[in-house]
Design a protein around this ligand. Structure first.
Ligand code: GRF
Length: 194
């Protein structure tokens, strides 16, 4: 079995799509839900699916090996970021080389980097009168949104599309494609144990 840890800071609709998709999967399962926010909606989703959850604080995440030890204790093979707002520290990237994935709700390298998240992105896309937006699923390195890209998917935008409408179009792509890419990477790990 390939064990996933999903890291999320918010409501976790992407986490939900993954939880449902991998519920009875033969080789991949969600083993742990992690949040940096004790009130994050994603933690309720963990309860609903009876998945172990963990709230991590800055010290455990950045300054000690506590978080890494938690991941080892739960036998995590692959880390999936789903709306997780903290920068991933170098020790974690080193411990999980090409085994941390992120989804970004824009077509990187446009609209990426620190501060570019959620509605900030869709507002900027709107203000720049872009004719398309989309998603980028990529490996994670130590810089925001700069790891190697695995897949991008696009959606056309109409002149009247508000930032909210753009966000909805993009979120639909996220829910459709993230699980498939996570499955592909997970299956590859399963077939080529390291
Ligand atoms: C998504 O747009 C994701 O791409 C981004 O943060 C948002 C999280 O949404 N990184 P949700 O919590 O999964 O609903």
């Amino acid at each position: 079995m390939i064990n996933l840890a999903i890291l999320a800071s918010g409501g976790g609709s992407n986490a939900e799509a993954l939880l449902q998709y991998f519920k009875n999967h033969p080789t991949i399962r969600v083993r742990l839900i992690v949040s940096n926010k004790a009130t994050a909606g994603v933690l309720d989703r963990a309860d609903n699916h009876q998945i172990e959850k963990l709230v991590v604080n800055r010290t455990d995440f950045y300054d000690t090996e506590n978080f890494l030890n938690q991941l080892k204790t739960t036998d995590i093979d692959l880390i999936v970021l789903a709306g997780f707002l903290w920068l991933i520290p170098p020790y974690l990237v080193a411990a999980f080389p090409d085994k941390i994935l992120n989804i970004h709700p824009a077509l990187l390298p446009k609209y990426g980097g620190k501060g570019m998240y959620g509605q900030h992105i869709h507002r900027a896309v709107f203000e720049n009168k872009e004719t398309e937006s989309g998603i980028t699923i990529h490996y994670v390195n130590t810089e925001y949104d700069e790891g190697n890209i695995i897949l991008q998917a696009r959606c056309p935008l109409l002149a009247g599309d508000s930032p909210e409408v753009i966000g909805k179009k993009v979120l639909a792509l996220e829910h459709r494609f993230y699980k498939v890419v996570v499955e592909m990477v997970g299956e590859h790990l399963h077939l080529t144990p390291q």
